[in-house]
Ligand binder design. Sequence first.
Ligand code: AMP
Length: 287
Amino acid sequence: MRLFEATAEIATASHNWTRPVGFVPTMGYLHEGHVSLIERARGECATAVVSIFVNPTQFGPNEDFTRYPRDIPRDLDLCEQAGIDVVFAPAAATEIYPAGNRTFVEVEGLGDRWEGASRPGHLRGVATVVSMLFSIVRPDFAYFGEKDYQQLQIVRRLSQDLHLGVEVVGCPTIREPDGLACSSRNIYLSPEDRQRAARVHQALQAVQLALDDGETRAGALQAVMAEIIEATPGARLDYGALVDPATLEPMDEVRSEVRALIAVHLGGVHLIDNAPLMPPGPETRRE
Ligand code: AMP
């Protein structure tokens, strides 16, 4: 496994890699969710590349950039064990933003609501750094988790709009045994809040049950999510919405597959999750 810390060096080396090149961008502190993306890239591509970069531009001024968990030696071991060929871990933020930065990527519409409204500037920071990483690493495939569903849709769109030639592959959310989506930020949760955090996934499951019982009005289904979160001590619902899976626009009525998006503040931690939901019926039921 080769480790690059300098942008100029990896950008030059990337011209000689055996294709297809599969890329997994991360902020490190790797967990099972990351490992699933890494294994997929490893299995499908001749060269598998992971980046580890805690990107300052996707954090708001009052967010957790400085205390975001970091453990590069452990991450490198994990990548090595998983058979990764190349790791790009920029030595400093100046490797990515050498002269400050005056160029930003913004995906109109898709980035306006949900995380866009909840964390101003966050999705612009993500879109910008992903565009930069794509042009440095020049992958054929890039693997992103459905856990960050809005981010996944934004990255798909920017790759298409900017003709980056990267096929963006969405991968299923990996969960803890109690249903909580794996996240590097879960370590911030106190033991009590860690237990309560399972309610986020339960709220999504409750919406599917309500749909199965015949409720299709988005307002009523959102109320199901809100009720479960409001009944959880210390938790505050940031948003709970049923959206079109491609445009992320809110729906009034569930007639075909929708995506349920949820964001919850719990003990100072911003937890997000989502699920594909289907109304019951032989034509629409999956599998
Ligand atoms: P992060 O390091 O949090 O920026 O995440 C890096 C990549 O891993 C993104 O594509 C995330 O969507 C993905 N990811 C994070 N958590 C999970 C999870 N629980 N299951 C699947 N993918 C995940």
